[in-house]
Design a protein around this ligand. Structure first.
Ligand code: LLP
Length: 889
């Protein structure tokens, strides 16, 4: 269960003028122009609404990570001092960007930061010292911001959040969370409240920090700044709290999975709490309770679209019954406990729950029968980073038989009046009925209906995926509110209409040429080089990126390699085979334009790479320890596991504990020692967290993480944030936001300008340049399912079978004909998984023989094809408008 927080007292006598609390995160405080926006929003509210305004701000992007790195190496004086120096430098530089005198504005603060090295708490009271270190980021950013804004006319005051937010210990907290993940008490005497801000109308303070009763600094933990804003809202009985973020609000589903998801314009606190807790990441779940208890409305607003209404969460909203949202959470672990002795056995549940408590594990959902109790565990750092589950199971085995079912996903329908809506949810139940549901839980608060299923079900991407299907069924079911305009705003798709109205794909205008190529034999991939150039140039136009390497595993066709070489790209190879092919295709290529980033490669491959003089990336000490002669005296790049991964499918997420790639940051000193021992140097850091990532913000986080590590190494000159940029495979999906990707990188690059920023995308450069031509073979109906057979199958295009990936399929021969039926489109391979698309509406001649096209197959299409069933490899052709010689693949 989620821990209860202490109840602040709702106050009746609210002093005028009231407060509005605004919260801004790290990206919003790391650029001068963003501070101009913050100032404008604050002044506008003060002038228009006659209120006083408090802005709660986070640390500059990357700084909390950098401070965490000081804690990680706290025992090593030199490393600590270097890291502190880098943070000082970063803030001095930013002060100059804001036209402020760094010594006058930050002098004392920076001295305090330096003094942390000699602080006795570093050894005597480590958690207090850690809290003090972590607090510095917000103290610095808020000091800079208040000074900058005050120069522009109105006076902006600054207050220390710790003087007002008092940590309140909760029962059953361990020592760490008692100091570094605290909750706060927001009760305050009206007389004291009246003194808040000493009469200033515009104030800046820090998120994330509070104070313990003993005077030491306390840290609020994850989601800290949102929660700080909520605490201040409650403490001041504010008119409202505005959370400024990078999305317009909460949606009826995750818009990345379900573009038809609707903006939720109005929610009550309980619904918002359920949605935040069951998956949506817009608002931290901890921040709703303080506002609810003090009856302070929360607004969510989009920093890049300040005029957009966003989501309002408030009690005054008349509650409208109906399902408001469907959300999903990954990484759920189920623990099923079975005992024959349970029937009417007194104290069994007490016995088992005591063991969960002993291991610090929070139980979320519960299902039980006479002989079985199944519970779900909240995903937590504790669960991911330790062997706590094994230890729990060993303890539970004393009282019952235990089975762990993982990884699971919880899919939750949220909305008021769920109990009276069940009869409308027939189709939704039927959809789940086709899958293995491990647990169903309906909460007695009448707000939540949750199904726990295998996590793999969520991995089916695109319009065919589970979440879009369920969302569409919900809309059709009539279970969503009748008076929907009171609840729902526009859909994500409508809000991004400009972004989604993509240009006509090249293959439409090249249809005749493609039909001609199809007569040369299918299955056949065709690559359109002007599209490759278009992508290459768009990426090259981002000023933050210093060097670009093409990950040729996506598509090593010779014409594509030549095209990208001419566009100034380098190359990233992962095997001896790729190196040989690259240098055969481009014999004059400068080896310094080539990265070699293999995984578990042989000694022979490293020897070949060193002989060729390419840049080598290592991701463990094994090669250094066993084959030191290969690396002696060399410049090396080190692949880091930043501790998190992303991607369109779990099989392509390459960061985090479960992935085989990279070294954990904690083992960096050992790696460095091995490198030093053979006289080599770490000149670059690298991370590639996964492939097919739709959101554009992650790479800036990766850069920040690597840059703060690089500061501690001292010999690093470049930081490679990998590839992974997503592609909109569904015809109406939102394209990857390249401009936002470039802007996020530029913001963080400004913080660490001393490193060259490198990227190595594959998919994004070539996916849309390729199509797969294929011929229909047979049209068959069986048990009501219509199947269209193709000469292409999983041996030609593996992605649908391997990842449940979506690719658009069109009948090129009948491109303007009306659809006749919905087909499962299948290949000729003797496996049931040989399905290229399900329930596709297509015009199809019953005789077979039509030429079909499978779109966006330029990346990981031909390069993953096989000769399975001895059906042969696909053909490949090239279309170009400047007569570049296609050459042999
Ligand atoms: N750098 C490294 C170290 C990589 O491992 C990869 C891809 C890339 C760069 C390029 O990532 P991209 O920009 O293409 O996402 N077969 C899967 C994709 C596997 C990606 C493997 N590594 C698929 O079809 O979705």
């Amino acid at each position: 269960m989620h821990a209860a927080e202490p109840m602040p007292r709702a106050d009746i006598d609210k002093p005028a003028p009231r407060w509005i609390v605004l919260k801004f995160g790290g990206t919003s405080v790391s650029e001068r122009s963003r501070w101009d926006t913050i100032g404008a929003l604050m002044r506008e509210r003060a002038d228009r609404d006659g209120v006083r305004v408090l802005a709660v701000v986070s640390a500059l992007s990357g700084i909390t990570n950098a401070l965490q790195n000081i804690i990680d190496v706290h025992a090593d004086d030199t490393a600590c001092a270097e890291r502190i120096a880098a943070i000082v430098q970063r803030h001095r530089a930013f002060a100059e960007t804001l036209d402020l005198d760094p010594d006058a504005v930050l002098g004392e603060r920076l001295r305090k930061l330096d003094a942390l090295l000699a602080d006795p708490r570093r050894t005597s009271a480590q958690l207090d010292w850690q809290a003090e270190v972590l607090a510095q980021g917000e103290l610095l950013s808020s000091t800079l911001g208040a000074a900058y804004l005050s120069k522009q006319g109105a006076t902006f005051g600054w207050i220390d959040a710790r003087d007002w937010l008092q940590a309140a210990p909760l029962p059953n907290q361990n020592e760490w969370s008692r100091r570094l993940s605290v909750s706060c008490d927001t009760r305050i005497a009206p007389a004291k409240r009246a003194r808040f801000g000493n009469g200033a109308a515009l104030l800046v303070t820090q998120g994330f920090i509070a104070r313990h009763g003993d005077g030491e600094t306390a840290i609020l933990g994850r989601g800290g700044s949102d929660t700080s804003a909520a605490y201040f809202g409650a403490l001041l009985s504010a008119q409202r709290v505005e959370i400024w973020t990078d999305v317009p609000g909460m949606f009826s589903a995750n818009p990345r999975q379900v573009p038809d998801a609707r903006l939720l314009s109005r929610l009550d606190y309980e619904e918002a709490q359920e949605i935040a807790t069951t998956g949506a990441k817009v608002l931290h779940p901890r921040c709703i309770h303080p506002c609810r208890a003090a009856n302070v409305p929360i607004w969510i607003r989009d920093t890049s679209h300040p005029q957009m209404e966003g989501t309002v969460i408030a009690r005054s909203v008349a509650s409208v019954p109906g399902v408001k949202a469907i959300s999903s959470r990954r990484g759920i672990v189920l623990v099923a406990m079975e005992t024959i002795g349970m029937w009417q056995q007194v104290g069994f549940l007490a016995d088992i729950f005591e063991r969960f408590k002993r291991h610090g594990l929070s139980v979320d959902l519960i299902g039980s029968s006479e002989t079985n109790v199944t519970v779900s565990l909240d995903p937590s750092d504790n669960l991911v980073n330790s062997n706590v589950l094994e230890a729990l199971c060993a303890d539970l085995a004393e009282v019952c038989r235990v089975k762990v079912i993982a990884p699971c996903a919880a899919i939750t329908l949220v909305g008021r009046g769920m109990r009276s809506l069940l009869h409308k949810l027939g189709d939704v139940w039927a959809e789940f009925g086709r899958e293995r549901v491990h647990l169903i839980s309906q909460s007695s608060n009448d707000l939540n209906l949750t199904f726990v299923v295998d996590e793999a079900l969520l991995d089916q991407d695109g319009a065919d995926g589970m979440m879009p299907r369920l969302h569409a069924l919900l809309i059709a079911s009539g279970a969503m509110p009748v008076d929907e305009s009171a609840v729902f705003g526009p859909s994500w798709r409508a809000l991004h209409a400009d972004a989604t109205s993509r240009a006509v794909p090249w293959w439409r205008t090249q249809r005749e040429a493609l039909l001609e190529l199809a007569t040369q034999g299918t299955p056949r991939y065709v690559y359109h080089l002007p599209t490759v150039r278009e992508h290459a140039r768009a990426l090259a136009a981002l000023p933050a990126i210093d060097r670009r390497f093409y990950a040729l595993k996506a598509n090593p066709h010779a014409a594509i390699l030549r095209t990208l070489e001419k566009e100034g790209y380098g190359f990233e190879c992962v095997s001896g085979g790729e190196l040989a092919h690259l240098f055969k295709t481009l014999p004059a290529l400068d080896p310094q334009r080539v990265l070699f980033t293999p995984s578990f490669a042989t000694r022979g491959e490293y020897a070949d790479a060193t002989a060729r003089g390419v840049r080598i990336t290592l991701d463990s000490t094994f090669p250094l320890k066993h084959w030191p002669e290969l690396f002696r005296g060399r410049d090396l790049i080190l692949r880091i596991d930043p501790g998190f991964g992303h991607g369109h499918h779990e099989k392509v997420r390459t960061g985090g504990k479960g992935a085989k790639f990279g070294i954990e940051t904690g083992t960096l000193p050992a790696f460095q020692a091995t490198v030093d021992a053979i006289g080599a140097r770490i000149v670059g850091l690298h991370a590639h967290i996964g492939s097919g990532i739709a959101e554009s913000s992650h790479w800036a986080d990766v850069y920040a993480r690597l840059a703060s590590l690089a500061d501690g190494i001292g010999t690093v000159s470049s930081i490679d944030v990998g590839g992974g940029l997503g592609v909109p495979y569904e015809p109406d999906a939102v394209p990857f936001d390249l401009a936002a990707y470039g802007a996020a990188l530029a913001a963080i690059k400004a913080a660490y300008p001393q490193y060259e920023l490198w990227v190595e995308p594959g998919r994004w450069l070539v996916a849309e340049c390729g199509v797969l031509l294929t011929h229909a073979t047979q049209v068959v109906e069986k048990s009501g399912v219509h199947r269209l057979g193709l000469d292409a199958g999983m041996h030609t295009l593996l992605r649908p079978a391997l990842y449940g990936a979506f690719h658009q399929i069109v009948n090129l021969s009948r491109i303007d004909d009306a659809d006749v039926d919905a087909f499962d489109v299948v290949g000729p391979i003797c496996e049931s998984g040989d399905v290229l698309g399900r329930r596709r509406k297509l015009p199809v001649a019953t005789t077979g023989n039509d030429a079909l096209l499978i779109a966006d197959t330029g990346a990981y299409g031909a390069s993953m094809a096989s000769n399975y069933n001895l059906r042969g490899l696909p053909g490949e052709s090239v279309l170009d408008d400047i007569g570049l010689d296609g050459g042999a693949p």
